[in-house]
Every structure is written in C-alpha cells, then in structure tokens.
Design a protein around this ligand. Structure first.
Ligand SMILES: NC(=O)c1ccc[n+]([C@@H]2O[C@H](COP(=O)([O-])OP(=O)(O)OC[C@H]3O[C@@H](n4cnc5c(N)ncnc54)[C@H](O)[C@@H]3O)[C@@H](O)[C@H]2O)c1
Length: 313
C-alpha cells in the first residue's frame, strides 16, 4: 500500500548525484525530517530507506504532540565526497527542497550536520539546525540524548520498579554523538559500549564487539547506531529486560514488537524515545522558546513513556 504523499528523486544538475525527498504526511502540518547523506548499494535501497524514515517522522511528531507531518531526504553518495562536491550536492538538494514550497523542512541526520544546513540555507529557507553562531540551534544530539534518558527513567520504573539505573548493566550499541551523551548521563550504571569504529573505544566504559552487543546479558540495551537491529534472529538472542534507544526504525518489521513482548522484553518505540531533537529544535526555532523551556518540553517524553507502558509490570 502506497501511503506517502509524494516521493521525488532527482539527479543534481551541479553534482550529478541522486538526491530524494519522501513526504509521508502533511496532515498535521508542514513535514519535517532530517537529510541523510551516505552510500547505498542500490538506488532502491535508498528509496526504501527514505520511505521508512519519513513514515517514522510522522509517528514521531504525532507521539510528541508536534503540529507537523513526517518527511525525510536522502543524498546518495556514489563517489568520494570532496568539499566541492559536497557543496554542489547540497545546493542540488536545496533546489529539490524548494520544489516542495515549504511542505518539507530539512534538518541534519546521519552524514550531515549544522554546517551542511548552512549550505542549504544559501538557496532555501527550509533548513533547521544551523550552527549557533549563525542563529540556529546547532546539533540536536544533546536534546535527543536527554529525551532518551527521560524515556529510560519511565521505562526503568515500569520494568525494575525504580527509575534509578545505578548498578544496572547497560549496553550502549553505537558510541556516536548521541550514544556517548547517553552513556555519560547514566552515572552510576555499569556501562558497556560498542561501536564498529574501534577508535571510539573509551577507557571509562566497558567495551563489547558489535557482533556481541545484542547477545550480552545485561539489564538494558540502548540501540544508538543504525536501524533494523531488532530482527526475529537478534530478538531470540537478547538477554536484557529493557530496550530503549535513539536509533531510528529499530525493528526489521512491526511483527518484531510482538516477539519482544512474547519474550517479556520491554521495548520503547524509537519514534517515542528519539523525539528529543525534533521537539527541542522546533520549540526553539519555530516557537521561539528559550533553551530551558525547550528542554522541559523534551523532558515530557518521560510522561509519554509512562502513559504508553502503563503501571509497573
Ligand atoms: N542525532 C540526533 O539528534 C538523532 C535524533 C534522532 C535519532 N537519531 C538516531 O540515533 C542514532 C545515533 O545518532 P548519532 O547522531 O549519535 O549518530 P553518529 O553517527 O554520531 O553515531 C553513530 C555511531 O554508531 C556507530 N555504528 C555504525 N554502525 C554500527 C553498528 N552496526 N554497530 C555498532 N556501532 C555502529 C558509528 O561508528 C557511530 O560512532 C542514529 O540511528 C540516528 O538516526 C539521532
């Protein structure tokens, strides 16, 4: 079933690279979503990714009570990106964003950051998260991590009877910008991190090889790397009681949620746990909230998760 409003794929006139925007829904308001820039095996893989991610953004906005719909964009990196080529493909992408006349508004995602948003802004007003020195809110990793920590408090209370994770074993899979902030925010817990990039290894935390991260016996698993990590196969091997993390689209398909439930593993849907970044950015950049007020809105994820999970199991 085709449930998206629009999918546009273009070859950039400057770069010759493929960029695309999927608009899932504008029912609640203009659609927001990040711009992902990475290589894909086939164009069809990129299309599948952008369609899945844009739908997740609709769910994320809805769960967070944000008056926006969901969209996402992808830049398919098909050769080494020199600074010149990166700029060209971003300008091409800005042209594509403009075709949507404001129905799609972009932010950073995997492979892009605030400096890239600044390049988009040269040609389109529809780009969020510019660097702070240019009047934007910069990287949303901090608010995203804060939202995950809020979700963790509510989910831990539901699962363990206390929001305090002191002494609990927590595996953080993906020690990138959000994963690191989550690990830092869990003072007192026994943290084990994992990353495909060995150079990310940090002495202050335990370490597990990425192939083992989803098999370790622990209390909590925090998926903070890539999507599609919870499959029928990986769920069979999980030895944790709670899964909460920022990675988008963690399930390989919706049925995996039932498998988690059958095994008695509490899972907080990623579109709920990872909404801190978008909540914060829109509160600051659209609603004009100050930093503290916007963070308080992020903290409401704790209440949302409490309502979602219900009383203690
Ligand atoms: N940054 C945000 O504001 C934000 C908001 C919502 C959702 N997310 C999602 O959260 C996740 C993490 O975001 P981020 O900004 O920290 O990204 P990041 O690129 O900074 O970090 C991701 C880390 O995961 C590692 N990694 C990649 N594949 C891996 C694998 N198979 N196993 C273990 N490690 C692996 C990378 O080496 C990297 O260190 C992503 O899925 C992202 O889409 C991020």
């Amino acid at each position: 079933m085709w449930e998206h409003e629009r999918l546009v794929v273009r070859t950039g006139k400057r770069s010759g690279m493929t960029t695309m925007v999927a608009l899932h829904s504008t029912e609640a308001g203009p659609a927001v979503g990040g711009c992902r820039m990475k290589p894909y095996g086939q164009i069809t893989d990129a299309v599948a990714d952008v369609l899945r991610l844009s739908k997740a953004m609709t769910l994320k906005c809805e769960a967070a009570g944000i008056p926006h719909g969901g969209a996402k964009s992808v830049v398919v990196v098909d050769r080494p990106l020199t600074p010149e080529l990166r700029r060209e493909v971003l300008l091409d992408h800005a042209d594509l964003i403009n075709e949507f006349g404001g129905a799609y508004r972009a932010g950073p995602d995997v492979g892009t950051g605030p400096d890239d948003m600044l390049v988009l802004r040269e040609l389109t007003p529809y780009a969020y998260c510019l660097p702070e020195e240019h009047g934007g809110t910069g990287s949303s990793s901090g608010p995203t991590a804060r939202g995950v920590l809020a979700a963790l408090r509510a989910a831990a209370e539901h699962t363990f009877g206390t929001a305090d994770l002191t002494g609990r074993k927590v595996v953080v899979s993906g020690f990138g910008s959000v994963g690191e902030l989550i690990a830092e925010g869990l003072a007192g817990a026994d943290i084990i991190v994992s990353d495909v990039d060995e150079s990310r290894r940090a002495d202050r935390f335990g370490w597990v090889h990425p192939d083992e991260a989803y098999k370790v016996k622990a209390d909590v698993l925090v998926p903070a790397a890539v999507g599609g990590v919870l499959s029928p196969e990986t769920v069979k091997e999980l030895d944790v009681r709670l899964v909460v993390g920022p990675a988008n689209n963690q399930l390989t398909d919706d049925g995996v949620a039932d498998l988690l439930a059958e095994r008695g593993i509490v899972w907080v849907p990623d579109h709920v746990a990872s909404a801190g970044g978008v909540i914060y950015t829109l509160a600051r950049e659209d609603d004009g909230d100050d930093h503290e007020t916007a963070l308080r809105r992020v903290d409401r994820i704790e209440e949302t998760v409490r309502r979602l999970l219900g009383p203690r199991r």
